[in-house]
Design a protein around this ligand. Structure first.
Ligand code: PLP
Length: 424
């Protein structure tokens, strides 16, 4: 958000606002708060929703649908019943799914390492040349960190309400160094944007100089709705195939924010060639995944309706927290022209955009109140937001009351930072 034309407020009004905000800040600071709005973690109550799963598959219930013993080695691609269930969730056929251990970030990491060392189907090892990834901004800091750790250059691409700006992505992908693009197509981290059908279609057909270009399609929030609306996942495999780029999408997801963040299941999905490639590499890395956890998940969630029912439980717990943040922002900042914020319909975050040059100061002021925020800049490649104007709020973990208190504090800090900058 650029600094809007200075709203004409009389010096008296400004002084009164400054006095009120300063006094409220001092009162809050004296409370010795200790609140954390940094990371998108499920709360203990959300984890409790999956408590019943821990008793599964239960005593001597270890025989899979195919009649195999889930306790033993093998089953590299995952159990048929787990691939069917999570294929339905991802909108892809069971044979397109590989079920892994608990972390999708680890699956993305493996794909990047294998691409660097071995190349993806249809290409040479990436490590032989300079590599760059397109990074929609604001985006997920761990995606950026993963690339940065391997010396992959990060190129920002702006986002709008339809997803990444495709004309810009296409212009940048004319560089053969650009081998990949991060995409969080449903309820993006952190903007909450769900890519429009037109944007997804254009990404599927994007003209790229690199023939082995991949969309890193991270569907981390595909079923994480905050309203009763439940948009189906985009048919990215169908669309890329129809555009003549059958192998373009590497799909990732997990149950970290469905069942248990530290003990869920993570998925890779893709075309026939991509799945064969993935299994070839994975087969050297492991003799097989934890299939008891796969049985536990399939016994507990059962089918797509079961997943949706379970996610309704999450929604009931976290939607009030999002509402508390939005209300607190609105109460203090609603009438003032100095910040705007997303009203997400799903996912885990609210993004606040404020007067340029003030986000770091807001984080500092919030720290003074005992409220931990994600560092300003974290949602940009290399942690550098040239506008210093974007903050990501993660309201799921603290209690509703704590979230409300934290959001009131944050709104106050945004107001104070703007007053300090003389931006009212
Ligand atoms: N992808 C996105 C977009 C995320 O926001 C997160 C966690 O916040 C992850 C991946 C991490 O997923 P996992 O727990 O499966 O490693």
């Amino acid at each position: 958000m650029r600094r809007s034309p200075v709203t004409v407020l009389s010096p008296d009004v400004l002084a009164a606002q400054g006095a009120e905000a300063g006094a409220t800040y001092a009162r809050l600071a004296a409370k010795g708060l200790k609140l954390d709005m940094t990371r998108g973690k499920p709360s203990p109550e959300q984890l409790d929703l999956a408590e019943g799963m821990l008793a599964l598959p239960g005593n001597r219930d270890f025989v899979t649908e195919a009649g195999e013993d889930a306790r033993n080695y093998g089953g590299l691609q995952g159990l048929a019943e787990a691939r069917r269930l999570f294929g339905a969730m991802l909108g892809v056929p069971a044979e397109a799914v590989v079920v892994n251990e608990n972390s999708s970030l680890a699956v993305m990491h493996d794909c990047i390492v294998w691409a660097l060392l071995k190349g993806v189907p249809g290409g040479a090892p990436w490590v032989r040349q300079e590599i760059a990834f397109l990074c929609p901004v604001p985006g997920y800091d761990r995606h950026f960190g993963l690339c940065e750790g391997f010396g992959i250059r990060l190129i920002p691409v702006p986002m709008d309400e339809d997803g990444p700006v495709v004309t810009e992505a296409e212009r940048l992908a004319a560089d053969p160094a650009v081998k990949g693009m991060w995409c969080v197509p449903s309820y993006s981290n952190p903007s909450g944007v769900t890519y429009s059908d037109a944007t997804v279609q254009r990404l599927a057909g994007l003209k790229t100089a690199a023939p082995d270009f991949r969309l890193f399609w991270d569907n981390a929030y595909g079923v994480h709705h905050l309203t009763e609306n439940r948009p189906a996942p985009h048919d990215i495999l169908g669309l890329t195939a129809a555009a003549g780029h059958e192998d373009r999408a590497f799909i990732f997801a997990s149950t970290s924010k469905i069942t248990l963040a530290g003990a869920g299941l993570a998925f890779f999905a893709g075309s026939k060639a991509n799945v064969a490639w993935y299994l070839e590499q994975a087969g050297r890395r492991t003799i097989g995944p934890d299939k008891l956890n796969q049985l536990r998940h399939t016994r507990f969630l059962r089918d797509l309706d079961g997943i949706h029912r379970h996610m309704t439980g999450h929604r009931r717990l976290i939607a009030p927290k999002f509402e508390a943040v939005l209300e607190a922002l609105d109460v203090r900042l609603g009438g003032l022209n100095l910040a705007r914020w997303t009203k997400p319909e799903g996912g885990y975050f609210i993004t606040v955009e404020m007067i340029q040059g003030s986000a770091k100061r807001v984080v500092e002021l919030a720290r003074g109140l005992g409220i931990a925020l994600t560092p300003a800049g974290a949602t940009s490649p290399y942690g550098r937001d040239p506008t210093d104007s974007v903050l990501r709020l993660a309201p799921t973990y603290p209690s509703v009351d704590d979230v409300r208190t934290a959001a009131e504090g944050i709104a106050l800090c945004i107001h104070l930072a703007a007053l300090e900058a003389g931006g009212l």
